[in-house]
Structure formats: C-alpha cells, structure tokens
Design a protein around this ligand. Structure first.
Ligand SMILES: NC(=O)c1ccc[n+]([C@@H]2O[C@H](COP(=O)([O-])OP(=O)(O)OC[C@H]3O[C@@H](n4cnc5c(N)ncnc54)[C@H](O)[C@@H]3O)[C@@H](O)[C@H]2O)c1
Length: 258
C-alpha cells in the first residue's frame, strides 16, 4: 500500500513551501521519498529538533511568484539541480485586504494575482518541463472561501476578516483547475486542487473567542493542524490518484458541507 503513495525519484516544487501549510507539505513529500524545491520569497530556517535528514532533501530556491521572470528562473534552477520536475504544488498566496467598499483597484488586482494569477503563471511556465518529462502533476491550493462566503457574523472586530478578492481568486483557482485538467490531459498532465478549511497558524493564533467561532463552524468541532493537509496532497501528487483529474478535495472538518 505504501508504494501506491510512493514519491521516490519524484521532484516536487512547492510554492510557498516556507509557509505554515507549505512547510508541512515539503516535509511530507520528503518523508514519502521525494526531492523538494521550496519556492518561496522567504527562507524558513529549520527549527531545533527537526530531522536534519529531512532538511537535507529540501532545497530552498528564492523567488518572487508575482514576477514571471522569477518563476522562470526558479523552475530553471530546480531542473538544473534535480534534472527534471514531476510535480508542481501551487501553495503560495499573497494579497491585500480591505473592506469591499474601501478596496482600491490595485488591492483588488493584487488579491486576484496572489491567488489565481500566481497559480496560472506557474502552471504556464511548468508545462515545457512536464512535456520534456512525458507528463506531470499539478496540485493547486484553493480555500473554503472559494466555495462559501466568510460568515461576517463570526468575524466582527476580530481583525481576521477575509477580503472579497481572496475568495473570488480561490473560486477561480477551482475553475482554473478544471480548465487545465481538461486542456492538459492530452499531455499526460493531471491537475487537481485541495480546499483547506480553517488552519490558523499556530504561531500567531487569533483570540480564543474567535477560534471558538471557527471551531463551531466545522462538523468536527475543531481547527485543522498542518499535518492534516499532507495526505490529500500526497494522494493527488502520487500514482495513487492516477485516474483523478479536475477534482477538488475538501479538507475542512466539514465546514462547507452543512
Ligand atoms: N491556513 C489556512 O487556514 C488556509 C485556509 C484556506 C486556504 N489556505 C491556502 O493554503 C495555502 C497556504 O496557506 P498558509 O496558511 O500556509 O499561508 P502562509 O502565509 O503561511 O504561507 C504562504 C507562503 O507564500 C509565500 N509567499 C507570499 N508571497 C510570495 C511571493 N510573491 N513569492 C513567493 N512566495 C510568496 C510566503 O512567504 C509564505 O511562506 C495558501 O494558498 C492559502 O490561501 C490556507
């Protein structure tokens, strides 16, 4: 059964691989045998107690995903180091937050760019590498807020309010996934996405009162931990999902199902 999910010999690019979920994914891929390029604007230093064998198999490649030339350079460097690219995980996100009545055109565009724009550019730029390799796999990161609206009643003055351009961009990620799955299948490229629910960063947790609001919105009555995103992504990246494309795996404790 382990072989079904094996990533031995695979080269995986994780954009946003220094982030909260991305760093758990990068380690997860290494544990399943892959070599990983961590493509991020900031480098995450290994924390005390982390397995050095895992850190050794991750290679940080600095890049700014808002710029095409930087994405191209990152992919070139990945292929030069590892010889090929098998999997692209579009996990990074950036944006600009304001209430809708105050959001400028620039902020709106930045939020769309930091969700669907960056996923589109990385997809476009990785295609020649997959073509050289006889195929490949893309896993995009959407969000529960690409499926349902944030409920303003739970946000109040928490400071955690989620902007309109984030959810609009994440909904577009789900559709971009379907489009790319349909149009790249003939090149043996599978494209799927995952939809995380509430995974607030444990290093900067919001106030307990707001956390309880998040917990209450899930069927399981709790928030997610970063390890809980790893299984769905490994499934989609590995041969275990060889007949799956254009799909969206929702990992949200049930948030969007009631
Ligand atoms: N954490 C959650 O609750 C949650 C919920 C739903 C969806 N998501 C999605 O999951 C993904 C990961 O979320 P996270 O919580 O790990 O976020 P995070 O902020 O911890 O990580 C994002 C990473 O992207 C990197 N990044 C930002 N701008 C960049 C740029 N221009 N170039 C290169 N790298 C850049 C950051 O440095 C960071 O390491 C995102 O797509 C996010 O929208 C997260």
């Amino acid at each position: 059964m382990k072989e079904l999910f094996a990533m031995e010999g695979k080269v995986v690019v994780v954009t946003g691989g220094s982030g909260y979920l991305g760093s758990a994914l990068a380690d997860g891929f290494v544990n399943y045998g892959a070599q990983v390029a961590v493509a991020d604007i900031t480098e995450r230093k290994a924390e005390p107690g982390e397995d050095p064998a895992v850190s050794e198999k991750k290679h940080f490649i600095a890049c700014d995903l808002s710029k095409t030339a930087s994405i191209q350079a990152m992919l070139e460097k990945t292929a030069a180091i590892f010889g090929k690219i098998d999997v692209l995980v579009n996990c990074a996100a950036y944006g600009a937050a304001s209430p809708i009545e105050k959001m400028s055109d620039e902020e709106w565009n930045k939020g769309l760019d930091g969700t669907v724009g960056t996923a589109f550019r990385c997809t476009r730029e990785v295609i020649p590498y997959f073509a050289a390799n006889g195929g490949g796999v893309i896993v995009n990161f959407a969000s529960m807020y690409g499926m349902v609206s944030p409920d303003p009643r739970i946000y109040g003055k928490s400071g955690q309010n989620n902007p309109a351009n984030y959810g609009a961009g994440k909904a577009a990620v789900i559709q971009l996934t379907r489009y790319c799955a349909a149009h790249l299948a003939d090149r043996n490229i599978r494209v799927n996405c995952v939809t995380p629910g509430p995974f607030p960063n444990s290093a900067k947790l919001p106030p307990e009162e707001f956390l309880n609001e998040l917990r209450n919105k899930t069927m399981l009555g709790r928030i997610g931990g970063p390890q809980e995103m790893v299984g769905a992504v490994i499934y989609l990246a590995s041969d275990a999902s060889s007949f799956t494309t254009g799909s969206n795996i929702v990992v949200d404790g049930g948030w969007t199902a009631w």
